[in-house]
Write a protein that binds this ligand. Structure first.
Ligand code: FAD
Length: 365
């Protein structure tokens, strides 16, 4: 184990309550602990390990940063309470923000003092992100925004939203979109949480935008350049999400083993073990490409393989447990969570299309 991973491990052990692992089922949902973890990780430089100190990191190289993240996942470090803030919005602000935007927004986001929502999906434009209809029209020194977003996780608890809107209706679909920083407290914004059957604590919302005035300086990145802001912001998440999936898959595999599986289940277990190893190897290959400065086509494979394997593992755990697995709320949660992973950030079907067309060069169906 490298010295930096050892240092992180010691820090985490010191941070966590002494009975954390014994009472993990309760601590897992403890919002105060999760908020405290984010703030403490920011201050100690473990939140964004490759970034400089003032932005919650310690300027680590990619390899060390990945090992730190793997260690955190293996030790079930508390889940960040507003994951899309540090995971997606922050990299976008850091890459595309003006100095004034970075000064005002980045540290409160990283410390977890201000939460963020991602305003991408719409009722008629989910997978077809480029088809979004929310309009932002320039009117003097403001944008006037009208539209409707859906599945906006935690919008009801967030102060800010990266809002994607059409700013040039004449341009080809993906060239006419801009990313705007929306203050969710602005007049004309209505946020409505969606009642969910799921037991997750991450509530979805609808966001209605009725003639919302947004200062022109809240444009994030180039005008009509929102497509690239979205791709770059999500890329950061893609690079790391496989680690979380891999660790969750390992937990699921343990759950199957503990259920004393039949021969048929053992055969499926073997196939899943192989997929888990393939996921890890692909993650390291992606890292190798990044370190060598080569294009890394693995991100889409990691997203697809990680989420599909996770779903298969927890379904198998349910089958292996038989009747009593049906009434186990923890198992139900794992299955729902695994299912969600095959949808957010691009559904499995869409990932397969991308891999088929862009990586394998197959003709469009
Ligand atoms: C846990 C979770 C959190 C989320 N958080 C956010 C958030 O914070 N902000 C946000 O903006 N969105 C969020 N989303 C929404 C998510 O991005 C969309 O659900 C996703 O992009 C799919 O869009 P859709 O639901 O409109 O489904 P659709 O695009 O309508 O797809 C319906 C079905 O058709 C399939 N399909 C669609 N197009 C094709 C195609 N070309 N080829 C083959 N099959 C296709 C899909 O795979 C899917 O099975 C979240 C979703 C989940 C599950």
């Amino acid at each position: 184990m490298s010295a930096v991973v050892e240092e992180y491990r010691a820090w985490l052990t010191e941070f966590l309550p002494k009975d954390y692992y014994e009472r993990y089922r309760e601590y897992r949902w403890d919002l105060t602990l999760r908020r405290d973890y984010q703030r403490a990780a920011f201050e100690a430089g473990w939140l964004q390990p490759t970034w400089p100190r003032e932005h919650g990191g310690r300027s680590l190289g990619l390899r060390d940063a990945m090992e730190v993240r793997i260690e955190g996942a293996l030790r079930s470090a508390p889940k960040l309470p507003n994951i899309q803030g540090p995971g997606v919005a922050a990299p976008g602000i850091r890459q595309f923000g003006t100095p004034a935007q970075i000064d005002r927004l980045l540290v409160p986001l990283l410390r977890g003092d201000e939460w963020w929502a991602l305003g991408m999906s719409e009722p008629e434009a989910g997978s077809d992100f480029a088809g979004l209809r929310t309009r932002a029209e320039r009117d003097g020194d403001v944008f006037r925004v009208n539209g409707h977003k859906i599945w906006t996780t935690q919008a009801h608890l967030s102060r800010w939203c990266t809002l994607y809107a059409r700013t040039d209706p004449e341009a080809p679909k993906h060239r006419g979109i801009s990313c705007l920083i929306l203050d969710l407290q602005s007049p004309g914004v209505r946020v409505e949480p969606i009642r969910m059957a799921s037991i997750s604590d991450e509530t979805f919302c609808e966001v209605f935008l009725d003639d919302v005035e947004l200062p022109a300086e809240n444009l994030l990145g180039p005008l009509h350049g929102g497509w690239n802001v979205a791709l770059s912001s999500l890329h950061h998440e893609r690079q790391m999400i496989w680690i979380m999936n891999w660790v969750e898959i390992k937990r699921g595999l343990d759950a199957v083993r503990e259920a004393r599986p039949t021969d048929d289940i053992c055969a499926e277990l073997g196939s899943l073990l192989a997929d888990a190893e393939a996921l890890r190897a692909t993650g390291y290959r992606a890292l190798g490409n990044e370190l060598a400065g080569r294009a890394s086509p693995e991100a889409d494979i990691l997203k697809l393989l990680g989420s599909v394997t996770l779903q298969r593992v927890w379904e198998l755990a349910a089958v292996a447990r038989g009747q009593d697995g049906v009434s186990d709320p923890d198992l139900l949660f794992e299955r729902q969570d695994a299912l969600a992973a095959t949808i957010y950030g691009g559904t499995s079907e869409v990932q397969r299309n991308i891999i088929a067309e862009r990586l394998l060069g197959l003709p469009k169906g």
